[in-house]
Design a protein around this ligand. Structure first.
Ligand SMILES: C[S@@+](CC[C@H](N)C(=O)[O-])C[C@H]1O[C@@H](n2cnc3c(N)ncnc32)[C@H](O)[C@@H]1O
Length: 253
């Protein structure tokens, strides 16, 4: 990714970040107001929000909070800017982020004719360490079926390969260098750290790693701090691009 695009991502993070706010506290925030302040002729982040809302209404039946919508939009934007060839997602649940990623990759395909390999990993087992993601909420075959049918009904199943597996087990199957990964699985510090380390080793130089639930860089006193701590402690093999109220973006050196 050339520096202009990294700079744009950095600016989006900086300007849409409003300081530390644990997930429950930001649910009433309207991401469209923040995104309107970042208007450039290059991007229309609010168009991504609208697409996410349409997916929730038409295909998913569940409504996201504003901060999660904005992170889905930022991930979609990054994929459009970067046009990666090999993309992974850890933690699909019912396919909110998965759909935004597949929509962006479909647009890349329509523009360039190149189809991205996109693998989305989830054992449908729950997300320890995450805010409110318990096994009984997002576990089992029912969730696998819901996530599959959401993607099919949205017409984007051709642009994603969902697999039912734990990230730690699946990593041995990864053959090609990863250009882009979204990490949103087990949110405990240990598990998020392992995901970034294991999959980070498989990343191409310049590859982008987006971590969900990064709310602060140095303050780990709050509940569900795991991904924030992983972002804050990222080693010299990573460049910190920035974090917003919901995602942290790292670039592999
Ligand atoms: C917060 S939800 C993901 C939300 C999803 N990204 C979205 O936007 O709809 C976390 C998901 O991670 C999955 N998960 C938990 N541990 C995992 C692991 N070790 N590998 C992959 N996925 C995992 C859970 O089953 C759950 O569906």
């Amino acid at each position: 990714m050339d520096d202009t695009r990294i700079e744009l991502l950095r600016r989006v993070c900086k300007e849409s970040h409003t300081g530390f706010a644990p997930c429950g506290a930001v649910q009433t925030r309207n991401p469209k107001e923040a995104f309107a302040r970042i208007a450039t002729d290059l991007i229309d982040l609010n168009a991504y929000i609208d697409r996410q809302i349409a997916f929730e209404r038409n295909h998913c039946g569940h409504i996201l909070c504003g901060d999660t919508r904005s992170s889905c939009a930022i991930i979609g934007l990054a994929l459009r800017l970067f046009k990666p060839s090999v993309v992974y997602e850890i933690g699909r649940y019912r396919g909110w982020s998965t759909s935004q990623m597949a929509f962006a990759l479909k647009e890349n395909f329509e523009e360039t004719g190149d189809k991205t390999k996109f693998i989305s990993i989830d054992p449908h087992h729950g997300a320890p360490g995450g805010p409110g993601w318990k096994g009984d909420q997002c576990g089992g075959d029912n969730e696998w079926n819901i996530s599959r049918s959401n993607l099919i009904r949205a017409g984007i199943d051709d642009f994603v390969t969902p697999v039912k597996a734990f990230s730690g087990e699946y990593v041995s199957e990864v053959e090609d260098a990863i250009d882009f990964i979204f990490v949103d699985g087990d949110h405990t510090y240990e598990a998020a750290k392992a995901d970034v380390a294991l999959y980070g080793e498989k990343m191409a130089p310049g590859g982008i790693c987006v971590l969900h639930d990064v709310w602060a860089e140095k303050d780990y006193s709050f509940e569900n701090y795991g991904p924030s701590k992983v972002y804050g402690e990222a080693g010299p093999e990573w460049e910190k691009v920035g974090f917003t109220w919901d995602v942290g973006i790292l670039r592999r050196k």
